[in-house]
Design a protein around this ligand. Sequence first.
Ligand SMILES: *[C@@H]1O[C@H](CO)[C@@H](O)[C@H](O)[C@H]1NC(C)=O
Length: 233
Amino acid sequence: MLALLYLCLLALLASVQANTEKVIFTGPASITIPEDVHPGLDALQLESLSPARRTLRKQLAVRFPTKRDPSLAQSWYLLEGLEEGRRYEVRICWAATQPTVFSLDTHTITDVFATPSLIQALAVYAEERQEEEYPVDAVSRHQQPLATSVSTLFLQICAAAGYFTLNETLMREPPAVDVDIILDPYILNVFPQSLLPTAAYITVLAVASYSLSGAIWAWLRQVGSQTPRPHAA
Ligand SMILES: *[C@@H]1O[C@H](CO)[C@@H](O)[C@H](O)[C@H]1NC(C)=O
């Protein structure tokens, strides 16, 4: 019965969170980052999500893909401190007033550095970010150096504006979208940790109504047995 309730709950959540996109993945095996890759990773100065820092509030660039240039706006993050074999999800949530189509992907470090299109996209993002957004910040920013043996993934977010406007200025430069990016570890690899309070609430409710209905039934039977039955004998 509880399993059924959880299913209903999940179905409900899926229909409510219209402005959520997510990707589910398992923590990769820890790898030792090769010496030649390590400085490169640090230099990218990517922001990261980890079990210790599970939410990022960001403004993400979006694009209107065109026939001539169908590319999407990309943002890259690191998912650090993962546990090998554990299941996680990353969600991105945004307001309905900023219609956007997001797609999320995770890539292992090895894959990114072995795939020219990925490493190029990542380099472009890191360069633009450091030039435009963080010229001063980059120096003062405290960044924990990556450990040499880590369970880490790259998170790639692609964004396309999900509306159309006759305003050409807006079509060329759609405003950035406010988002929350959330890393959510699964409990026992089946249940997102952040849903736990809701699940606990439903469980308490289910157990309470079950015992309450039992008590009411017992009371009704008692009342019934005391009242003389009109059609009895
Ligand atoms: C187009 O959008 C920009 C940015 O929001 C605005 O400043 C401008 O007035 C708009 N132009 C027209 C013709 O509506």
